[in-house]
Design a protein around this ligand. Structure first.
Ligand code: ATP
Ligand code: MG
Length: 331
């Protein structure tokens, strides 16, 4: 049995990238493994300073999405990062194990800084979030972390911290972890190029209404040289086909459509209609559960607080071990 730690930032509701990138995987994993699922509100604040209202409002949105897709609070421990203060202390100890040069090499943080236009004004907390993520993973002694491709450098960073710590203190209290990718480690946003992201205005959210899904699919990037229906079109790099490849179960028909598109004679709007219907149909059962859960947000929040207490016990055990091997006074 593995121990799993995974989570999402409450910067908005969850989107299709989360769904096929990791949520579906978590629903399966929870049946056979010990799984901790974290709503990373502190991490979300690192690039949303002064906007704590937005983060607080989205905690419940993320929790609703978890339950709607089938993450079961009886099988997974869903918790709120800020209710486990042991994670913050662990982060503080790990900060001393990482050099500035190492942080600067993280390609995901680099591109996130660029897309947020931070330049020299990057909050130090944001810069260091891979270290706080190492604390989240190691506090639960997770050996498996289901993530999207953008998080691979974070797991590498975590494992370096684990090895440095264990070597320095001649211990084995911390364990290394491996990434587990879902069926699509990186779903593009509707405009292509960048990954689908809550913060980039390019996402189809799991809770989007059929009208909104249709509107967003209409805006999707296809082949800019496919100007007339009769023109031959490219399927590679075409976001509509990227999504159809994932969500369209009729693969034989999809193959035909691809050939037709490449040859010319098939318009974008027909394909987009097909994709919209598939997405709407796919999301309908998830949205039905969400509508029910939305009726009692207060008790959902109560159970999140209660299970955070449970998560805290595990993190406190690890922190006690860490303090002991570091030779710190025990609390
Ligand atoms: P933000 O824009 O606020 O960073 P996000 O959309 O990137 O939000 P996160 O909460 O940062 O979402 O990521 C949560 C998890 O979902 C991570 O494991 C991440 O790798 C995965 N993930 C996020 N976006 C995608 C995507 N487009 N495709 C596949 N996996 C994704
Ligand atoms: Mg992100």
């Amino acid at each position: 049995m593995s121990t799993i730690l995974t989570g999402d930032r409450p910067t908005g509701p969850l989107h299709l990238g989360h769904y096929i990138g990791s949520l579906k995987k978590r629903v399966k994993l929870q049946q056979k493994h010990q799984q901790f699922v974290m709503v990373a509100d502190l991490q979300a604040l690192t690039d949303n300073v002064g906007n704590s209202q937005k983060i607080n409002d989205n905690i419940i949105e993320v929790a609703l999405d978890y339950l709607s897709v089938g993450i079961d609070p009886k099988q997974s421990t869903i918790f709120l990062q800020s209710l486990v203060p042991e994670l913050t202390e662990l982060t503080f100890h790990y900060l001393n194990l990482v050099t500035l040069a190492r942080l600067e090499r993280n390609p995901t943080v680099k591109s996130e800084i660029q897309s947020r236009n931070f330049q020299r004004n990057t909050p130090v907390g944001f810069y260091c979030y891979p270290i706080s993520q190492a604390a989240d993973i190691t506090a639960f002694k997770a050996d498996v972390v289901p993530v999207g491709a953008d998080q691979k450098p974070m797991i590498e960073q975590t494992n370096e911290i684990v090895k440095t710590f264990n070597r320095l203190y001649k211990t084995d209290v911390l364990v290394t972890a491996e990434c587990l990718f879902g069926e699509c480690p990186r779903l593009s946003g509707i405009h292509g190029k960048q990954k689908m992201s809550k913060s980039l205005n390019n996402a189809i959210f799991l809770k989007d209404s059929p009208e909104l899904i249709q509107k967003k699919v209409k805006q999707m990037y296809t082949d800019p040289n496919h100007l007339h229906i009769s023109d031959p079109g490219k399927t590679d790099g075409n976001v509509v086909f990227e999504y159809l490849d994932i969500f369209d179960e009729n693969t034989a028909e999809l193959d035909e459509l691809k050939k037709h598109y490449q040859k010319g004679g098939l318009g974008d709007s027909k394909l987009k209609q097909r994709l919209s219907s598939i997405l709407i149909e796919h999301l309908e059962p998830i949205q039905k559960i969400r509508r029910e859960l939305e009726k009692d947000k207060a008790s959902l929040m109560d159970s999140l607080i209660a299970s955070s207490e449970k998560a805290r016990e595990t993190a406190a055990n690890t922190l006690a071990q860490v303090r002991e091997v570091m030779g710190l006074r025990m609390l």
